[in-house]
Design a protein around this ligand. Structure first.
Ligand code: GUN
Length: 296
């Protein structure tokens, strides 16, 4: 059997970003408005610093007004909530996020609940999660949006396909389930405590792995010809100061069985930032009461 088609998130994200940049420029010409995005980062987590730097840089490259607010790890929760309240009021900011994870003394629910749902670039607020579950107009979390865009490279119509999502987080697993339901898939949600994960996974035409366990999904978990979306970003310590980034799927095995598969890195990861920018542009357009400008 020939190897699976590789779903190239890096190239799809670049295409998406160029469309976003054109739309941002169009909005400037038509309305004299520059969409504004802010990232709040509390603490010293090195991976979070890299993510936030990339988000800010890519937002700037697409023409956004991009701001990051870096707070020390010992910032009291009340000050983080004040920062969120100030961004809710700031007319130059159309969407923002508070990078997760937060230091242990700060309750993530309190912070997420404080974000104005109309500026919730992550789509993490319960109002947006509820709207998505009800099939209403919602801000949809960026990683699930990126997964769906990659799935669409392999399938024009998902109606009736069997989808298995491994992982039930609020940020990825649950919204991915909702999105796939909206696409008329028959969806199974599995997780680390599910019995006989391999058997469940083998029923999937579309298999999404979002559990954060390095190479959990083996080649023989994959139905021949299935589309495999790997959301995992796990750093393996190879010893001698060397590390390797792997996903939740054993890629070398799965690529022999799947019909299409995302690599790690270069699959879902790059799509997340592009979809975050898309969300922020959409929030800006919603505030102006215009539809998203189609690139010329
Ligand atoms: N940490 C890792 N991914 C994300 C994300 O998409 N949004 C936020 N706010 N924090 C994250």
């Amino acid at each position: 059997m020939t190897d699976a088609r590789i779903l190239d998130g890096k190239s799809l994200a670049a295409t998406l970003r160029s469309g976003i940049a054109a739309a941002v420029a169009g909005l400037g010409r038509s309305h004299g408005v520059v969409p504004g995005i802010a990232m709040v980062l509390v603490g010293d987590d090195p991976a979070s610093h890299i993510y936030v730097r990339n988000k800010t840089r890519q937002a700037g490259e697409c023409g956004f007004f991009a701001r990051d607010i870096l707070l020390p790890a010992n910032t009291p929760e009340s000050q983080v909530l004040d920062t969120v309240a100030a961004l809710n009021r700031d007319p130059a900011i159309h969407g923002f996020l508070v990078q997760m994870p937060l230091p242990r003394h700060i309750r993530p629910e309190a912070v997420i609940d404080a974000v104005d749902p109309a500026k919730d670039a992550d789509g993490f607020h319960f109002v947006n999660a509820g709207y998505l579950a009800m099939g209403r107009d919602a801000v949809i979390p960026a990683t699930p949006l990126g997964c769906l865009a990659l799935i669409r490279l392999a399938h024009t119509d998902l109606t009736g396909l069997s989808a298995v999502v491994i992982g039930r987080s609020n940020s990825v697993g649950k919204p991915t389930v909702q999105l796939l339901l909206r696409e008329n898939c028959t969806v199974t949600v599995a997780h680390s405590k599910s019995r006989d994960l391999p058997t469940i996974a083998r029923t999937a035409d579309i298999l999404v792995a979002a559990v954060g366990r390095p190479e959990l999904v083996r080649g023989d978990w994959v139905k021949p010809g299935a589309t495999v979306i790997d959301v995992g970003i796990n750093r393996l310590d190879l010893g001698g100061g060397k590390t390797k980034m792997v996903g939740d799927v054993a890629f070398a095995e799965a690529v022999k069985v799947a019909g299409a598969i995302t690599p790690v890195p270069g699959g879902v990861g790059p799509m997340t930032i592009a979809c975050l920018l898309q969300n922020t542009l959409a929030l800006c357009c919603r505030k102006l009461g215009v539809s998203i400008p189609v690139p010329a």
